[in-house]
Design a protein around this ligand. Structure first.
Ligand SMILES: [Zn+2]
Length: 132
């Protein structure tokens, strides 16, 4: 699943749980669940990293770096770091992506994932509506 949607779903779970610990624990589980959905990926690593980081920075700026939403976003996107940081897979085996057949390619379009990610993140960083 694309990185920015991992960021967004982790953030939503963190915000819904309201707990930093829950956000930390739910993140990687959501990551695995997301990769399990038959989905399209985006071939550009640069875009993946850039859009994921943009989501994290936005959450940290608007809700604070220690907000459960921000922590959930980080926790659910961090498993993808093993694709880019070789020291996270010392024996060449990936912890989150090493199980054959887990990561599924399929129909969930990358464009729709991106749209969803934007909608979720937009809702999470929107200023609270004022009732005055
Ligand atoms: Zn993944």
């Amino acid at each position: 699943m694309i990185v920015s949607l991992h960021v967004a779903t982790g953030a939503a779970a963190g915000a819904a749980s309201g707990s930093r610990v829950a956000a930390l624990l739910l993140g990687p589980i959501l990551h695995l669940a997301g990769d399990r959905l038959p989905h399209q990926d985006i071939g550009s690593r640069r875009f993946e990293i850039g859009s994921g980081l943009a989501g994290l920075v936005l959450l940290a700026a608007r809700r604070g770096p220690l907000d459960p939403a921000t922590i959930g976003a980080g926790a659910s996107s961090v498993p993808d770091l093993e694709h880019v940081l070789p020291f996270l897979r010392p024996h060449g085996r990936k912890l989150f992506h090493g199980r054959p057949g887990w990561h599924r390619s399929g129909r969930f379009p990358a464009g729709l994932q991106l749209l969803l990610a934007g909608a979720i993140l937009g809702a999470l960083v929107a200023p609270p509506s004022r009732a005055d």
